[in-house]
Design a binder for this molecule. Structure first.
Ligand SMILES: *[C@@H]1O[C@H](CO)[C@@H](O)[C@H](O)[C@H]1NC(C)=O
Ligand SMILES: *[C@@H]1O[C@H](CO)[C@@H](O)[C@H](O)[C@H]1NC(C)=O
Ligand SMILES: *[C@@H]1O[C@H](CO)[C@@H](O)[C@H](O)[C@H]1NC(C)=O
Ligand SMILES: *[C@@H]1O[C@H](CO)[C@@H](O)[C@H](O)[C@H]1NC(C)=O
Ligand SMILES: *[C@@H]1O[C@H](CO)[C@@H](O)[C@H](O)[C@H]1NC(C)=O
Ligand SMILES: *[C@@H]1O[C@H](CO)[C@@H](O)[C@H](O)[C@H]1NC(C)=O
Ligand SMILES: *[C@@H]1O[C@H](CO)[C@@H](O)[C@H](O)[C@H]1NC(C)=O
Ligand SMILES: *[C@@H]1O[C@H](CO)[C@@H](O)[C@H](O)[C@H]1NC(C)=O
Ligand SMILES: *[C@@H]1O[C@H](CO)[C@@H](O)[C@H](O)[C@H]1NC(C)=O
Ligand SMILES: *[C@@H]1O[C@H](CO)[C@@H](O)[C@H](O)[C@H]1NC(C)=O
Ligand SMILES: *[C@@H]1O[C@H](CO)[C@@H](O)[C@H](O)[C@H]1NC(C)=O
Ligand SMILES: *[C@@H]1O[C@H](CO)[C@@H](O)[C@H](O)[C@H]1NC(C)=O
Length: 849
């Protein structure tokens, strides 16, 4: 007991910056009971130094030494029964070893046998042996090691991540598209490879899908080869995103027509060149004819002809083409003139008639939903149109539309719903996982999983410690498919590995994580309306109007009376008809469409009743109030972990959860006011538009330096779209308000309150604010001060505007406030930031306004 306590204290004392993620190998409370069980010699059956088997030996040594606090030796030959043997089945057999039951292993699979005498970790291939080593260490680190043997095989062959690095910006300072965790990670050491291998990832596409042709010029191929060298010992193969017109851009061919002989020769030659540097190159990822990119359609060729160009070039070398299905042409989308226009239809239309026309080494990579990584979408129907073509699902660990790692959103519950969804092809059970792993349409059609993971150089990897559970869970989801542990089990294991075995820590992170997606959906876009974020700027913060009136096709068609996309066959865009019959019939009718996708499939009145009995609009109001109220509990729940997790990560997480709680209110009020304004229909509970505890900044006395500012969009400013901002960026602003009016309006009496200030933290600059209270005797007291440096502390897209992206809240608790007092805000602008303020709330305990 004393020893365990001591270890616990040591692990708490160490500052943790997140770099070790779930591979901390922290000492475990049960260490002593395992010591006799885990041999002190590791016999590594590697056949080279760059073999993943060699890596497995190193990893086992490091992990066991650290977890059990014992010294373990590595040997490269000789095996006795009382050691840990790690290697491939073949290498083990060549030492004379044999084991029953190994025939069930497939590529990348592993077998682990643990007994009092020794431990055997065998892979079907070298990579499998490394996966086995990580699996063994995970069981040890979670305190779950016990005697027995088992085999584990991956559910699907493709378990890739896509990293959207812009290599053209070069070196360690390269930028990352949708990167919320800092700058480009490449040209770093092998730590990222190690992290990915530990969760069973076997391929990585290292550059942005919006690729640059120079990625594959002679110099850069050599650079990519060095990255491949760093990933190889971890069994991870490198792939590249291509720019379709590269032959024209790089070699000045006058065409990039996929059927042109010269173009074909060019790609064959380029591919051979790549393989001469990277013999185990995984293949290409291609975004073509999408969002303005060139592609085969430029020459009136089919997408299959485009994909096959690369497939044939790769075939002699064993590579694969991941061809993205994210194909649409915004020029054809006109919301005003065409009720039936629908971007959601595009993928199935573009791939119509192509099933079976792709070479066998083509995998069609399909985003989970038909639009673009929204908070809720139905499963893309394209999966059911490609029975003779391998497909993989594109998930996004990067929370592009899901709060950009500044909001906690644990994604596995969403992924599970999508992956388990039964598409009923030919009225037979067809969960999405059965298409991905080939069990439904044939093993030749097995594809798998692609996860967009824009880790950066930040030591937290993704900019947020808790967001890393999504990366961990992605690996587990891809490995296990339909039989993956539940989202709740995954988060518990992750927490044990990443934070602590303490039951309070485990249950708190479990509760926060599992509540997070429903909470985020509630305070952003409901009923299948999409996220309602600003789709024209940073994809962050509320801006429902930005969905409509442009050719991007993320429409909601909200007007004064009605809302939603009519995607029925009978009267709408026909999208519902892209599903197999049973599913199509379900979505065709309001009566059978689940509430959560009602506005995805139907255009209805605001007063349309949902299955829940609420009207559409009241649901939107209620969900926003409930979601925002739930988000207020997140930092409070986390505060219960003070002292139970290390200070560094405790503070880092708390900062984000507090920010999220404030921003959820910005979301709540923006969305509710937007639809209240559009529909004129009041909230049954009288909340929307009535803010009893607020003092609007624009109604304060502007003593110096501030002016009234009209916020755009209006709903991002309380009081009908008004705020105050400093007149110039070199003079401070002062605004004051006597509190007797406030006490009159709110009906409160003198007492202790929480005082919150909603302000705008634009980029770039560090404005500062002070909040003062002055009593009747002229005594002044500083309530608090804060700095507008969120853009330095949150990785989310920076914005220079006074809007829903930059709106934020700071709260000061337990402030003594009285009717004879005066409140004063002093704002000092900085850089491009104007120390803007929206309102002040004086809140009785438990009230959020
Ligand atoms: C395995 O790795 C060890 C350590 O680097 C090395 O000495 C040994 O030669 C390797 N085994 C083979 C067969 O290459
Ligand atoms: C590991 O052990 C913990 C605590 O005993 C238990 O709650 C958990 O379910 C176990 N996990 C697995 C995967 O067996
Ligand atoms: C390849 O492109 C890089 C920019 O990414 C450039 O610096 C380099 O000079 C180019 N190499 C060749 C051979 O054109
Ligand atoms: C690729 O990068 C070069 C150099 O930065 C630039 O001139 C070119 O336009 C880029 N190509 C694409 C397709 O963006
Ligand atoms: C083929 O690739 C080599 C580099 O491997 C290059 O030197 C040569 O110019 C290329 N030939 C053609 C016809 O593109
Ligand atoms: C593609 O087809 C369209 C219409 O049939 C035609 O106008 C256009 O010139 C063609 N483009 C090419 C590159 O052949
Ligand atoms: C849609 O069509 C209308 C009417 O022809 C036109 O005024 C409008 O500019 C078009 N909108 C877009 C986004 O192309
Ligand atoms: C049918 O579509 C029209 C637009 O063409 C729309 O105005 C109408 O509301 C729709 N009717 C129903 C019942 O959804
Ligand atoms: C989300 O909102 C719905 C509808 O008001 C409610 O039933 C549910 O409990 C809410 N969940 C969360 C986590 O806020
Ligand atoms: C703003 O503050 C951050 C830290 O909070 C600091 O890193 C940054 O340099 C400051 N920026 C300016 C322009 O002062
Ligand atoms: C990590 O990013 C956070 C902002 O998300 C920033 O405050 C911190 O300085 C960064 N740390 C490193 C080591 O890059
Ligand atoms: C004020 O803003 C201008 C640009 O609008 C900038 O050039 C200047 O440096 C800023 N001044 C201060 C004091 O930050």
């Amino acid at each position: 007991m004393r020893a365990a306590l001591l270890l616990l204290l040591i692990s708490l004392a160490a500052a943790e910056n997140g770099i070790d993620a779930w591979l901390r190998y922290a000492p475990i409370p049960e260490a002593n009971s395992f010591k006799d069980f885990v041999p002190s010699t590791i016999v590594v059956l590697n056949d080279s130094q760059i073999s993943p088997v060699y890596t497995a030996g190193q990893e086992l040594q490091q992990g066991i030494n650290s977890i059990l606090g014992q010294r373990c030796q590595v040997a490269y030959e000789g095996s006795d029964d009382s050691s840990i043997i790690v290697g491939t089945v073949e290498a083990y057999a060549s030492t004379g070893g044999s084991i029953d039951g190994l025939q069930e292993l497939i590529a990348d699979g592993y077998y682990i046998s643990t007994s009092a005498g020794g431990v055997l970790i065998l892979g079907e291939n070298e990579r499998g042996a490394l996966y086995g080593a990580f699996a063994f260490l995970e069981t040890l680190a979670t305190g779950n090691l016990s005697a027995g043997s088992y085999a584990s095989n991956p559910d699907a062959p493709v378990r890739w991540v896509n990293q959207w690095d812009n290599m053209r910006d070069g070196g360690t300072h390269g930028s990352v598209e949708r990167g919320y965790g800092g700058k480009s990670i490449f040209f770093w050491d092998g730590q990222y490879a190690r992290l990915l291998a530990s969760i069973g990832i076997n391929g990585i596409v290292i550059n942005n899908v919006n690729a640059n042709e120079t990625t594959i010029n002679d110099t850069n191929i050599e650079g990519v080869a060095r990255v491949a060298d760093a990933f190889r010992p971890y069994g991870i193969q490198i792939g590249l995103s291509l720019y379709f017109s590269s032959p024209a851009n790089l070699s000045h061919l006058d065409t990039f027509d996929p059927l042109n002989e010269e173009v074909i020769a060019w790609w064959n030659n380029k591919t051979t060149q790549i393989y001469s540097h990277i013999p185990d190159f995984a293949g290409y990822l291609v975004k073509a004819n999408s969002e303005g990119q060139p592609g085969p359609l430029t020459y009136n060729r089919t997408l299959a002809e485009g994909a096959n160009l690369f497939a044939r070039a790769l075939q002699p070398h064993g590579g694969t083409v991941m061809f993205r299905a994210f194909v649409y042409d915004s020029k054809t989308l006109n919301q005003t003139t065409n009720w039936k226009a629908d971007r959601a239809n595009a993928a199935v239309e573009f791939f119509d008639g192509l099933d079976g026309k792709f070479e066998d080494n083509v995998v069609i990579q399909i985003k989970y939903g038909p639009i673009d990584f929204q908070v809720r979408e139905p499963v893309s129907p394209l999966f059911t149109h490609l029975e003779n073509t391998a497909t993989s699902i594109e998930l996004q660990i990067t929370q592009e539309y899901l709060g950009q790692q500044a909001h906690l959103v644990y994604l596995p519950p969403m992924w599970r719903e999508l992956l388990d969804f039964d598409l009923r092809v030919d009225s037979q059970p067809t969960p999405l996982t059965s298409i991905l792993n080939g069990s439904r349409f044939g093993t030749k059609r097995a594809g798998g999983y692609a996860g967009v993971v824009n880790v950066g150089t930040n030591t937290t990897w993704l900019g947020s410690h808790l967001a890393m559970s999504n990366l961990y869970a992605f690996g587990k989801t891809a490995w296990y498919g339909a039989s993956a542990p539940s989202p709740s089990e995954i988060i518990d294991t992750w927490t044990r590995l990443t934070f602590s075995h303490d039951p309070t820590v485990i249950s708190t992170i479990n509760a926060l994580s599992l509540a997070s997606w429903p909470t985020y959906e509630n305070y952003t876009g409901n009923l299948g309306l999409q996220t309602l974020t600003d789709i024209l700027l940073g994809h962050y913060g509320p801006n429902p109007a930005s969905q409509d009136g442009n050719p991007w096709g993320q429409w909601t068609r909200a007007d004064g009376n009605s809302i939603g996309m009519d995607r029925t066959v009978s009267n709408g865009t026909g999208f519902a008809g892209q599903y197999p019959t049973e599913v199509a019939e379900m979505y065709e009718r309001i009566e059978t469409t689940p509430d959560e996708l009602m506005l995805w499939f139907h255009h209805v009145g605001y007063t349309q009743k949902l299955h829940s009995g609420k009207t559409v609009l009241q649901h939107i109001y209620d969900a926003h109030y409930e979601g925002a109220a739930m988000a207020q509990t997140f930092p409070v729940q986390w505060e219960g972990l003070k002292g139970l997790v290390d200070e560094e990560r405790y503070e880092h997480v708390l900062y984000r959860l507090r920010y999220q709680a404030g921003h959820s209110l910005v979301w709540r009020d923006s969305i509710c006011n937007f639809y209240f304004n559009k529909s004129g229909i009041a909230d049954e509970l009288g909340r929307v538009g009535n803010y009893r505890y607020r003092i609007e900044a624009e109604e304060m006395e502007l003593v110096e330096g501030y002016k009234v500012y009209q916020v755009k969009p209006f709903e991002a400013g309380s009081g009908g779209g008004w705020a105050i901002a400093t007149i110039a960026n070199n003079t401070r602003g002062v605004a004051e308000a006597s509190l007797d009016d406030f006490f009159e309006k709110s009906g409160l009496s003198d007492g202790t309150y929480d005082v919150a200030v909603n302000y705008y933290d634009q980029a770039l600059g560090n404005s500062t604010w002070e909040l003062w209270l002055m009593d009747g005797n002229g005594e002044e007291a500083l309530v608090g001060e804060w700095k507008g440096d969120l853009e330095y502390n949150l990785g989310r897209a920076p914005s220079p505007y006074i809007d829903g992206q930059t709106a934020a809240r700071v709260t000061f608790n337990g402030v003594q406030v009285g009717r004879d007092m005066k409140l004063r805000i002093v704002g000092v602008p900085d850089g491009l930031e104007s120390a803007a303020v929206d309102y002040v709330s004086i809140l009785p305990e438990g009230v959020v306004d």
